[in-house]
Write a protein that binds this ligand. Sequence first.
Ligand code: UDP
Length: 346
Amino acid sequence: MTTNKKECFVVGTRPDIIKMAPLIKKMNPYVIHSGQHRELADEAFKIFDIKPDTDLDLMEANQTIISFMVKGASAISRVVEEIKPKRIWVLGDTMTALITSWVAFALEIPLVHVEAGLRTHDKRNPYPEEIFRVMIDQIADIMFTPTKTNTKNLNKERVTGDIHQVGNLIVDALEMIKPTLSEKRPIEEPYVLMTMHRRESFQKDMGNVFGAVKELSKKMKVIYPIHPNPNVRKVAKEIGITTIDPLNYTDFLWYLKHCEFVMTDSGGIQEEVPSFDKPILILRKVTERQEILKSKLAFLSSLESKDVYEKVRILSKMKDVKYNSNPFGDGKTADRIIKIIEEKYE
Ligand code: UDP
């Protein structure tokens, strides 16, 4: 495929831009940036040298889910009505993906959902993403799933669109960057790499984890590139833990390559650690990426301080671990998707 402006991709957050990047580079579609994230999204576009065709700049300080949905749906539909694409593409479970799927349905344009079928089966965990992805898959005409478990989830829900199992684009994305990462360590001393930003943890759980991190920091360096979300920053400040600004994707993978282990509530990072052979403490009570738990190098947490601290103790003893392979992808997902579209849907 060369230039293909009849395919319209709608993205807007750091993870969906990173994951769609390998496909965007190969397909050259029309790209709408919702602006759901501002600086984080701009950094991600820059790393992959992608310029969106339209930037809706929808992000507002302290915006609620509802206000973003209302404003976003009408802004996205205006652009879509003008460009009249053959298909609309979204990834994962973001607000941008959900409202775009409504627009596609309302305008009767086929919807492609990449990274379909991920489920915890707990509607408040992750919140609001679990319900968002269920709704998107009910609307989607073509679904690309990363794993067998994801495909099974969709079959159980009796979705009506076509399902193709292709792997997760995150492995394609990280493999574009991995060969460029320096062998030189970002810092000399051993460190733990951490991120935490999920909405369902804002209240008690985040405080518990940050309390454990404060204790851990007395023994070991913790590098925590903190999300710009003011709710997260407020808790970090109240507990008094040390943080750094978000890293661009290349730098983040560089820190990942050299860390001892990872603590995170991020979905994308759970998918990345196997490619770097790092043990991981998932700062969540459930995960839709259950494939990683089979490795025995990944643990969930009850998010009580004591539990976090105990799991950290186990992880800090795990040295030079190796995953058999990355269970989420092999770096060829973009090619697989393009082949399926060309052969079955052109
Ligand atoms: N990431 C990054 N810089 C950071 C922290 C994370 O580039 O400072 C990347 C990370 O490698 C992963 C993605 O951002 O690919 C994950 O995004 P996030 O945690 O915001 O969302 P989630 O994966 O939970 O949807």
